[in-house]
Design a protein around this ligand. Sequence first.
Ligand SMILES: [Zn+2]
Length: 521
Amino acid sequence: MPEKIIIFDTTLRDGEQSPGASLNIAEKVEIARQLERLKVDVIEAGFPVSSPAQFEAVKRIAGEINAIIAGLARAKEVDIKAAADALKEAPRKRIHTFSSTSDFHILGKFGSSRYGQTLAEKRKTVIQMSIDAVQYARTFCDDVEFSAEDAGRTDIGYLAEVIEAAIEAGATTVNIPDTTGYTLPDEFSEKIRQLKKRVKNIDQAIISVHCHNDLGLAVANSLAAVQAGARQVECTINGIGERAGNASLEEFVMVLNVRKDLLPFYTDIQTREIYNASRMVSTFTGFVVQPNKAIVGKNAFAHESGIHQDGVLKDRNTYEIMRPEDVGVPSSKIVLGRHSGRHGLKARLQQLGFHLAEQKMDRVYERFLKLADKKKEVYDEDLRSLMGEEVFAEKPTYSLDYLHVFLGTNAIPTATVRLSKEGEVVEESAIGDGPVDAVFNAIDRALKTQFEVTDYQVRSVTSGRDAMGEVFVRIQNGLGEAHGRGHSTDIIEASGKAYLQAINEIMKQREKSETEVASSA
Ligand SMILES: [Zn+2]
């Protein structure tokens, strides 16, 4: 009988910790809904104590989603209390607490003498902190996960001691992370085997693994651990996460799926929802999936060479070990146009994983019509791009109502913009080094702001002369840092929209911190 592997998705926690991946709350909720359709068992929704926005996101997801919702907490009372508060409404909840166990981490994080003088004393302190944390977490819920951070580089004898103490204290899942992505598959599976041998109460908890991809081995290590007895795998969509990322959910799941002849394991994942999940996460984070990425890359099912194409046409098994439709890659291109109507648009968006409330649908339909005017054929990728633009903004924001740019050889690029927000209209002009710079300057003058642009990327979403361009921009100043995305068949306009979206985001962050100060006063 094949055994079930629990899929613990941490896209919204570890994934969101990727440098530059910040997601707003509404985007996180939308991703959580897609993870639920994908049927992941556990969704780690965030690290509640780390910021009010993280707390709010976990709370919103806990109130809406039926999968087990996990909140991360260091082995500290304030963290655990914050996680418990954020998870209050979840029908099924898990507090995930952790301590550092490798000597590197212990000496680095607990250097101060109040944790003990010698390494042996400090190690003792860490065990006690872990026990206290798990026991405290258990006062809020029965489902508690304990992680031994940097277990990959932790001495096995000590690791076994910590894990045994955590289970004894009430941990129901014990997680063995390869935090630095350092171990090799054989080495890692041996670690799991050793724990099974040395920890006398190990059968009272599920063994979990959390592998990082610094050497490209995250999925291989996760698989090796499962073969040695782990029954939960922590992973993310598209493998996003700290540094080189985490084990990729889609790769791990499809390994079990395609090689069930050799691997007696299964997951509950609805593999046909994989592609939508991948595209949604890419759209909202702004992280483009590399074309040759296994399972979800643009080329994952493309057969370029003549010999391969010929082979696949005769019999797909010649070069295909899985079918694109198994992971939800659409087999034919669906094209919408002006005449598709609101109903057609809504139905297609739902098939792509976006379930919008009527009021949001109005906003999207309006944008869709504008796009369909410029572009006769609107593809799925165009629709996904539209979703990336503040469709999920919760408050009114500035919109770019009018844009005029003057440029030419030997002319000074000049831009005029008209922005509006709830009836308030501002208009300004400015010059710049180029048309994009002129647009940014005009927006700055209109809003009396100034930002440094720290990242700017342009790419085309679809192909052809009328392809939609997508611009990603990241800005910062003393007030904060944010990114924005803009889409248009005109990349100058897309740049203006992206810049404005980033400014809207910073204004929102500022309003939020002002109200926090007010309410705590
Ligand atoms: Zn991690």
